[in-house]
Design a protein around this ligand. Structure first.
Ligand code: DSN
Length: 429
C-alpha cells in the first residue's frame, strides 16, 4: 500500500500521460514523443551513474558499457552528419551552445545573432546565454519580405562589427537561413559560424533540410528531442579540427559534470530509427506543415509568409493580434486541448506581448496524421478563434484523437522485451 501522497503524484503522472498523448492535439514545435523502443530503453540503470571525462578516459570506474554506447552513438552521428567531431555529452541545446561559445573564444567577444522576435533562441541573446558569458550581441538584420536574414545588410554588420561568431538557425524557423552566403561573409571576416539546428535536426537527418556543415558552418549545435524525436538532450557536431580539445574541455569540466547517461541508448535507437524511417517522416512533416498553413488560411486564420508558401520546416506561425494576441489565443486553444505556444513575431515591440502563435506538426505526424488531419486541426483552431465555446471543441478534439494513438516511424516492441528490461532492473522477478 503506497502512502496517499505518492498515489496522488502517480495519478497526476498518469492523467498527464493520457491527456497529453491521447486527448490533445500537441502543436508545440520544440517537443515530440519518443518511439516505444526508445522510451523502453530510456528506462535504464545509467540514469543513476556518472562518467565524467571522455570515452576510455573517465574519472570513474564502472563505465565500460557507458563508453561502449557513447562511442557508437558519437560515431554514428558523425557519419550521419559528415562531422569530424561530435559530442553527445551536453545535456541540452543551450548547454551545447554555451560550451561552444566558450570553446571557440574563451576570452569573450562579440556574437552576431538573431533577436528572439526574428526567431533567435534565448541562448543566442543577451537575455539568456550570452549574458552568462558576458558576450556582446550585434543583431543580424531581417528581411521581412523574405522572412529571412537580410544577406546584404548582414554583410555590412559583420564587416563593421567583426564578431567572433555568427549564429544562424533558431526557434521560430520557417525557411532555411542563407547559411552558404553568410558563412562566406563570416569566414572572410574571421568569424566562426554556428548553426543552431535544434528545431530542424530531424529534418536534416531525414534529408529534407540542408546540412549546415555541408553549407559552410563550422559547428552545429542541437537538442535531440524536437523534429529529431529522441530523449531530451544536446549535441555538438563540428568540422573544426583545431578546436576539438577546447570543445571537449568546455563540455567537461566547464559546463557539465553529469551527462544524463540514460538518454544515450534512447538517442541511439532514435538515430537508427531515423535512418530507417526518417526520410519518409521528415518529408511528411514538411508536407503537413504546409497543408496546415493552407488550411488555416482557408479558414480565415492566415499564417505569416503567405507569398513564400508559409513554411519549409515543421513550423507555421500565425499573427493572431486581431484575435486577442498570442497570450490569449494560446490559453483559449489549451481550453480546447490544442496545445501551442505564444510567439513573438518580427513586428512585435515587446517579446513579452507576442502577437503570434507558433505551431509545429512533428508530433501529430508521428501519430500518423496526414494532410486531411491537418485540415481538421485547422477547423478546430478556427472554431476556437471564432469565439465558439472551447469546451465543445475540446470534446471533438478528444474524439478526433482517438484514431491517432499509435506512434509511427519506429520499430515495434513486444511484451517479451518489456519483461526483459523490467527484469534486468529488478522491477519484478
Ligand atoms: N524554447 C524552445 C523552443 O520552443 O524553441 C527551445 O529551447
Amino acid at each position: 500500500m503506497l502512502p496517499k501522497e505518492l498515489e496522488e503524484i502517480i495519478d497526476v503522472v498518469l492523467v498527464h500521460n493520457n491527456w497529453r498523448r491521447r486527448e490533445t492535439i500537441n502543436l508545440i514545435a520544440s517537443e515530440n514523443v519518443m518511439s516505444p523502443l526508445a522510451e523502453l530503453v530510456y528506462l535504464n540503470d545509467m540514469a543513476g551513474r556518472y562518467a565524467e571525462g571522455t570515452v576510455g578516459n573517465r574519472y570513474y570506474q564502472g563505465t565500460k558499457y557507458v563508453d561502449l554506447i557513447e562511442d557508437v552513438l558519437t560515431k554514428r552521428f558523425a557519419k550521419a552528419l559528415g562531422a569530424t567531431y561530435v559530442d553527445v555529452r551536453p545535456v541540452s541545446g543551450t548547454v551545447a551552445n554555451l560550451a561552444t561559445y566558450f570553446a571557440l573564444f574563451p576570452e569573450g567577444g562579440v556574437v552576431a545573432s538573431l533577436p528572439v522576435k526574428y526567431g533567435g533562441h534565448i541562448s543566442h541573446n543577451t537575455v539568456g546565454g550570452l549574458k552568462a558569458l558576458r558576450l556582446k550581441m550585434v543583431e543580424l538584420p531581417w528581411d521581412l519580405d523574405r522572412f529571412n536574414i537580410d544577406v546584404d545588410r548582414a554583410r555590412k554588420v559583420i564587416e563593421e562589427t567583426k564578431p567572433n561568431l555568427v549564429i544562424l538557425g533558431g526557434s521560430l524557423y520557417l525557411f532555411p537561413h542563407p547559411i552558404r552566403e553568410i558563412a562566406e561573409i563570416a569566414k572572410a571576416s574571421g568569424a566562426y559560424v554556428l548553426h543552431d539546428s535544434a528545431h530542424v535536426f530531424g529534418l536534416i537527418i531525414g534529408g529534407v533540410f540542408p546540412n549546415p556543415l555541408k553549407e559552410g558552418a563550422h559547428v552545429i549545435t542541437t537538442s535531440t528531442h524536437k523534429t529529431f524525436p529522441g530523449p531530451q538532450g544536446g549535441l555538438i557536431a563540428a568540422v573544426v579540427e583545431d578546436k576539438v580539445n577546447d570543445l571537449q574541455r568546455a563540455v567537461f569540466p566547464v559546463f557539465t559534470s553529469n551527462y544524463h547517461l540514460h538518454r544515450y541508448a534512447a538517442t541511439y535507437v532514435t538515430l537508427v530509427e531515423m535512418e530507417h524511417f526518417g526520410a519518409e517522416y521528415a518529408r511528411r512533416v514538411v508536407e503537413n506543415a504546409r497543408a496546415l498553413a493552407e488550411a488555416l488560411a482557408e479558414q480565415g486564420v492566415p499564417p505569416v509568409a503567405e507569398a513564400l508558401g508559409y513554411t519549409r520546416t515543421h513550423q507555421v506561425a500565425v499573427d493572431v493580434s486581431k484575435f486577442g494576441g498570442g497570450d490569449k489565443v494560446a490559453a483559449k486553444l489549451e481550453e480546447a486541448n490544442i496545445i501551442v505556444n505564444k510567439n513573438a513575431l518580427p513586428w512585435d515591440k515587446s517579446v513579452l506581448k507576442p502577437s503570434g502563435i507558433r505551431l509545429g506538426v512533428q508530433e501529430m505526424t508521428r501519430f500518423g496524421m496526414g494532410k486531411d488531419e491537418m485540415r481538421e486541426i485547422a477547423k478546430f483552431i478556427a472554431r476556437v478563434l471564432s469565439g465558439e465555446d472551447p469546451a465543445g471543441v475540446r470534446r471533438d478534439v478528444a474524439e478526433f484523437r482517438k484514431a491517432y494513438l499509435e506512434i509511427k516511424y519506429g520499430f515495434k516492441i513486444d511484451r517479451e522485451l518489456v519483461d526483459k528490461v523490467f527484469k534486468s532492473l529488478g522491477l519484478y522477478t
